[in-house]
Ligand binder design. Structure first.
Ligand code: SF4
Length: 351
């Protein structure tokens, strides 16, 4: 079992992270769901209190950066918008759900299960002690969020039943109506046996089996009811406050730093980027970064992730690994000068 020398310090809103560009607050969005009114509040907070942008995360949450260390006003605005309903459990409300569930495909509409699971987790005082990295997922059968490294996932097998996955490994079969309770029981059991482990896969006997990533495709999609929706993927998952306000509808933030919009909107196409490159915040936002990785990543279109240091924050599985080092980058472990990184990644993409 791995032994963690320090407590988990995942940021929230009540406990922010001290970044080089100010305090960073992560706002949990169970199942990625956020209403039009809440988008407006987040945009206002970004404009008035932060760096003017909202940053989508790889767990379907949002972050605000460049904040004051005194978060009193932020807490007040987010609480009034219903975005902080359970202060004691704020950092453990990490719930992924299949973003297209109820709109297109899937064996079960898992949207009601998100609310059930949220309520069931917040009703257990002990679960406030879960590590902030612990991740729950509700997969409607298509295998999208089941592939996202959740500690505990319920994945539908058909319209009535599903299987509990522990760090990706199949456990008991559980009916839809008992999924939330089953995941809570498993989480309580994890707390009993975890020692200093943060994640299920750190326990003995768990291999942390990985599955092929299955992100929601960017662009329009056909809804089951005959209409059309769309998935918008802003470059680096970053939207200005004005761009966020332009949605004007309830949306779903996906774990692939994109946004599912239930109705197709031609005016939102311009927000999407057609590259597959991703990057951590890099310099100047993060003091650990050795480079302005986003400036370099903008020159690339390949499925590659640029990181300012070995922590590789937000790296999607399967992306070419590009880590800043000694005036250049380690591309899948091989050093290349910064000016050659575009060519090297272009060649990799053409193989
Ligand atoms: S990968 Fe390193 S440089 Fe980039 S945001 Fe994370 S800690 Fe900072």
């Amino acid at each position: 079992m791995s032994v963690r020398a320090r407590p988990d310090a995942c940021p929230g809103v009540f406990a922010t992270h001290d970044a080089a560009d100010g305090a960073l607050a992560r706002v949990r969005l169970p199942g990625g769901r956020v209403t039009a009114a809440q988008l407006d509040v987040l945009a206002g907070c970004a404009d008035d209190l932060g760096d003017g942008s909202v940053h989508l995360t790889s767990r379907g949450n949002v972050q605000l950066r460049g904040l004051s260390r005194d978060t009193g006003e932020l807490v007040g605005r987010l609480s009034d918008a219903g975005l902080l309903p359970a202060p004691s459990h704020e950092r453990v409300r990490n719930f992924l759900a299949s973003p297209l569930s109820g709109l297109a495909g899937g064996a079960v509409d898992v949207r009601p299960l998100v609310a059930e699971l949220d309520a069931a987790v917040c009703a257990e005082p002990e679960l406030a002690e879960l590590p902030g990295r612990f991740l729950f997922a509700l997969d409607d059968g298509r295998g999208d969020v089941a592939a996202e490294d959740a500690d505990l996932c319920w994945q539908a097998l058909d319209s009535r039943t599903g299987v509990v996955l522990r760090a990706g490994e199949a456990g008991p079969r559980v009916p839809v109506g008992e999924a939330a309770r089953a995941l809570v029981r498993e989480a309580l059991r994890f707390l009993e046996i975890r020692g200093s482990a943060w994640r299920m896969r750190e326990l003995p006997g768990f291999s942390g089996e990985t599955r092929p990533a299955r992100p929601v495709p960017v662009g329009p999609f056909a809804r089951d009811d005959g209409g059309r929706g769309m998935c918008v993927a802003p470059l680096f998952g970053q939207l200005t406050a004005a761009q966020l306000r332009s949605f004007r509808c309830d949306v779903v933030v996906t774990p692939w730093r994109s946004i599912v919009v239930p109705e197709f909107r031609a005016d939102l196409l311009a927000l999407s980027n057609d590259t597959e490159v991703t990057a951590c915040i890099g310099r100047p936002g993060c003091a650990k970064s050795r480079a302005d990785v986003r400036a370099d990543a903008r020159r690339v279109t390949a499925r590659a992730h640029f990181s300012g240091c070995e922590r590789r924050c937000g790296k999607p599985r399967g992306a070419v690994d590009v880590v800043a080092a000694d005036g250049g980058y380690l591309v899948d472990g091989t050093w290349v000068p910064a000016e050659a990184v575009v060519d090297v990644l272009g060649q990799k993409g053409n193989r």
